[in-house]
Each structure stands twice: as C-alpha cells, then as structure tokens.
Design a protein around this ligand. Sequence first.
Ligand code: SF4
Length: 347
Amino acid sequence: MLNSKIINWYEFNKRDLPWRNTSDPYKIWISEIMLQQTQVVTVVDYYLRFINSFPSISALASANEQEVLNHWQGLGYYSRARNLHSAAKSIKDNYKGVFPDSFDEIIKLKGIGVYTASAISAFAFHLPYAAVDGNVYRVLSRLFGVSESTSSPKGKKEFQALADELMADAPPHIYNQAIIEFGALQCTAKNPDCEVCPLQAQCFAYINKQQDVLPAKKKKVKVIDRFFYYLYIYNDTRFLLQQRGERDIWRNLFEFPLIEADNKIELVDLINSEAWETLLKDIKVEVTERKITKTHKLSHQNLHIEFVHVRIENYEFEKFKSLISVDKEVAMNYPMPKPIEMYLAGK
Ligand code: SF4
C-alpha cells in the first residue's frame, strides 16, 4: 500500500517538532495557523513563546489584542493572530472554553478553512479527514500525474478525493503528518529526492520525467510597487509613532509617521511636499539622516522604503496631537510591521 510506504518513510525521517508531541487541539491549532504562511524553522520559537505566554484557550481569550499581536511580531499576516484571538473568545463563550471536537464545529471558527479543520480533526481527534496543504498537493500531483490546479473548485475536489483515497483506513493522525512531512522533506518543490524515494516505482512524475512540470504552476498575481517614506521623528529619548488604519496592509500596527508617494522621490521633493508641510508645520526640525532599505516584498506588493531621520526639540513633541510619543526603552512593546521592527533593532 502506498500509504504504508509513506508512513514507514515518516517513521525514519520525521523531524522532532514541538507540536507533534501533543494531542491538545489548542496547541495544534496554534501551530497550524502559524505554519500557514511561515516556514517550520521560523515557527518553532514563535510557537514555544506563544504557548508559554498563552498556555490555554482561556489565557488567550483573556489577553488583550496588543499582547497577542506582540507575540506575532515578525511572523507577518497579522490577521491570523487577530482571528486566533477572536476564535479563542468564541470558544470561551460558545463552547464553555473547550475546543470543539467535530470537523463541522471546528470549521466554523474564525480563520479556519478546510485544510486547518481537517488537520486539527485528524491530529487531535483522530477523525478520518485527509488534509491537503501545498505539500500534499505537490505529492499527489506528481504521484498520480494530475495537472489540474488547486485554485479551481474542480481541482480542489479532485485532490481531496485522491487524498481521501490514499489515506483509506490508515490512522489519520499519522498518515496526515507523514504525507505533509514527505512533501516538505522528500518530494520538495525543487530537486525532489527521487533516487531514494520509496514511491519511485509507482510515481507518474518519476516514470515520465515530469517532476519539473507537476504540479501545475499557479498563475502569477499582479504585484504593485509602493513608495514609503517613514519619518523617524526623534530626540535623545523619544520618537513618534502612529497607528495604521483598518483598510490597508499591517492593520492597526504601529509605525513611524508615513508619507507615501506614487513613485521614488528625492529628499528635497519630500521636504517640499504637502504631506511634509501638513505634518511638520510650525515645528523646528533638523533632517539628520536618510536611509534606503531593501525592497520589502509582500505577496502582492513591493514596498520601497526609506527612513528619514528628523530631529526635534523635546518641547515640540506636544504639538503632535494625533501621534504617540514613545520612550525608546519601551518602543518594542508596540506591535509593528516587520520593516519598522527590523529598522529599530538595527539602530
Ligand atoms: S519519485 Fe520523486 S516526484 Fe515521485 S513522489 Fe518520490 S520524490 Fe516525489
């Protein structure tokens, strides 16, 4: 049976990851959400810190949003943290604080889709749900020679049926871990290790030399360029922050006052811009430094970021009514977008 070959491979090759040593649905849930857009090596430390600070559903539900976001700082895609927090409150209110134990209830929680509901159902409750993430999709596509993409409903259905069939009556918690790990370590996107693969004899892609063709490539999404000019307005002990709004990237996170331009502009044009004038009207300033950083890439946006240092006198801080004057010592308590956090850490 193909599934027992995958499970045997797993027993010899699996990594020792902290969320694999538990059947607590809460911990499995946290790990699955963190792993959605982040690599395993990065997640381990974040996961341990998060579980340490919020060891239970009730601890997470009682925390305030800023605390939760602070633990997410650097992982990106902050809506994941907000959804976790909101779902924890809903478990507390609607399920007496006990994680629901059926797929149909799990999938109702905020931020949980078919894959995550299947994974939690299988890992924590040993229910017969085959989880199809990017790793599983790649393995199935190559193994069975399926060129349909998972972005279409037809493709999703086809891969789900294949995954269910392959799992058959194997123990769901082991089989799912095994095939996900197999995709992550053996049947990798680039250079799959076919020469020592236990599925070689049955693998369509190997037999037909189609490893580079399968799975079908996703259509490229249009990426836009944005030009951010951050003003680090400071003196010896303090600097200014503002909170981002609801409708853009980095929702509600804290950042330096920002001037966004339609394209790259020179410092002199920035200083003469209307936005600069509005922000720094009647303030005595000294521009001390300008730093251009690497382009920060998000899934649909390239952010070209520059930091301009603007020194002001202590008494001037009071004039910025809508901005927050922050003590440098405690600035890291504010959840911030990664480029700001990295910038401050490197200062
Ligand atoms: S033979 Fe190669 S392509 Fe096929 S399952 Fe194994 S690693 Fe993947």
